[in-house]
Design a protein around this ligand. Structure first.
Ligand SMILES: [Zn+2]
Length: 445
């Protein structure tokens, strides 16, 4: 045991000094009552807190001035209203947009974030005030978090490894059985858990960044309480077992993935604990080398409808269809082009490991394809920087249904994407990874 401890101590000493890192956090639990967003079925605001919500920042700096800030929050999704304001503010400190990455846990048990993340039946002045207040709070808190983390940074070693958790299932199977009865479909999952650990020179854990491809919806609309859901419980479990550490959760390609079983706080806690246990069990390897970041925007093409279609929709009794119809009519009146959506892709390379930050509810096919092409040193994260809607693969589009395009009405988007969406995203990923020096593995197309 002594010999092992000595070896661990030496390895910590040798690798400390490659990086400097700092963390900061702020509690964002809202005042009650509050409307929670994500489930259209909720008919009243929440009057209880199941677990606190947090926003956190981790900054990491290499020896030659390369740096990155990973910002996480227990929210449904980040919107440009927040990210653009924070990015503008931090530009004053010399931060470039490609060095700042925003990751949402996609909890469906948190308040609305404007402009787009207002997925509930709530409407009217008091809901707008509530949503404005939470959005402003996030916008004002995040630059301070990054600054505090930067101020407090210390010598740090970085290790990386993979683990596995098995509670995610492909949620499309049930849905497809309803819309295409009698047919069978593949049900891909990605149970990998990437883990990046930052340690202080004394070996204690400063921060753990971990991810999982699973909708953060163990709590359903029936449990109407503020909560970070399983990802929140997993983070607090890690922080409890590693005192003095900060855990940051990154949602991976969870678009068509959800937890099983689900539906109660007890299950959210149980899955959170099992993810924390898996995270701690990862076999870790040292990470060394420069931090290199890049960000691109690609255009994703929509098949928009006619003005007449949206006008009819605006008069619909379906609340969400009517909202989309009105939004599209307003956009047409402003002469905005509807057919293209700007889609951010970001790559954060830390030595040999690259965190890929994709916007939106990316389905799991992307992770499986990217693993085949780029190997295990690229972590395919989603729900980053913006949440334009689901990002289906061509396979999912052909199958049809919710993630294929039916859901885009809830995101106030003009219609389904065209069949080009997968190609455009994968090409954008490849170009962005090239910018940070990551190339396909040999032997792949
Ligand atoms: Zn979702």
């Amino acid at each position: 045991v002594l010999r092992l401890a000595a070896a661990l101590f030496i390895s910590a000493v040798v690798s400390a000094g490659d990086y400097r890192a700092g963390v900061a956090r702020v509690r964002t639990t809202p005042q009650l009552p509050v409307w929670l967003v994500g489930f259209a079925a909720r008919t009243e605001p929440a009057r209880a807190v199941g677990s606190d919500l947090w926003a956190k920042a981790l900054v990491l700096e290499d020896r030659s001035g390369g740096r990155v800030a990973i910002i996480t929050a227990d929210i449904l999704g980040f919107t440009p209203r927040v990210t653009e304001a924070v990015t503008r503010e931090l530009a004053q400190d010399g931060w470039r947009p490609d060095q700042l990455a925003f990751f949402a846990s996609h909890t469906h048990s948190g308040p609305a974030v404007l402009d787009r993340m207002r997925l509930s039946v709530a409407e009217g002045p008091s809901f707008e005030r509530e949503a404005e207040a939470f959005t402003a709070r996030l916008r004002d808190a995040l630059p301070k978090l990054v600054r505090d983390a930067w101020q407090g940074r210390v010598e740090s070693s970085v290790t990386f490894g993979w683990s596995e958790a098995r509670f995610a299932v492909n949620r499309r199977i049930e849905h497809l059985a309803g819309i295409r009865p009698g047919e069978t479909f593949p049900a891909p999952v990605d149970h990998r858990v990437p883990v990046m650990r930052l340690a202080r020179p004394d070996g204690s854990v400063l921060a753990t960044v971990f991810g999982y491809a699973c909708h953060n919806t163990v709590l359903t609309g029936d449990t109407n309480e503020v909560s970070g859901d399983f990802a929140g419980y997993a983070q607090s479990e890690l922080e409890t077992v590693e005192p003095g550490s900060t855990a940051l959760f990154v949602t991976l390609t969870a678009g068509d993935q959800r937890a099983s079983p689900r539906g109660s706080r007890a299950w959210a806690e149980a899955h959170g604990r099992s993810l924390a246990t898996a995270t701690r069990a990862a076999r870790m390897n040292s990470v060394r080398g420069a931090i290199v970041t890049a960000r691109s925007e690609v255009k994703l093409p929509f098949a928009a409808h006619t003005r007449e279609f949206y006008a009819a929709e605006a008069g619909s009794r379906d609340l969400f269809a009517a909202r989309r119809g009105r939004a599209m009519l307003a956009a047409l009146d402003r002469r905005e082009p509807l057919a293209d959506a700007s889609y951010p892709i970001q790559a954060l390379r830390i030595g040999s490991v690259t965190l890929l930050a994709l916007a939106g509810e990316v389905v799991v096919d992307y992770a499986l394809k990217l693993r085949e092409r780029f190997g295990d040193q690229v972590i395919p994260a989603a729900y980053a920087n913006d949440l334009p809607g689901y990002i289906p693969s061509l396979r999912v589009q052909r199958e049809g249904g919710y993630e294929a395009g039916d859901s885009l009405v809830y995101f106030l988007q003009p219609g389904w994407f065209t069949d080009e969406v997968e190609t455009r995203v994968l090409q954008g990923v490849e170009q962005t990874l090239t910018k940070v020096g990551v190339r396909p593995q040999s032997g792949t197309r």
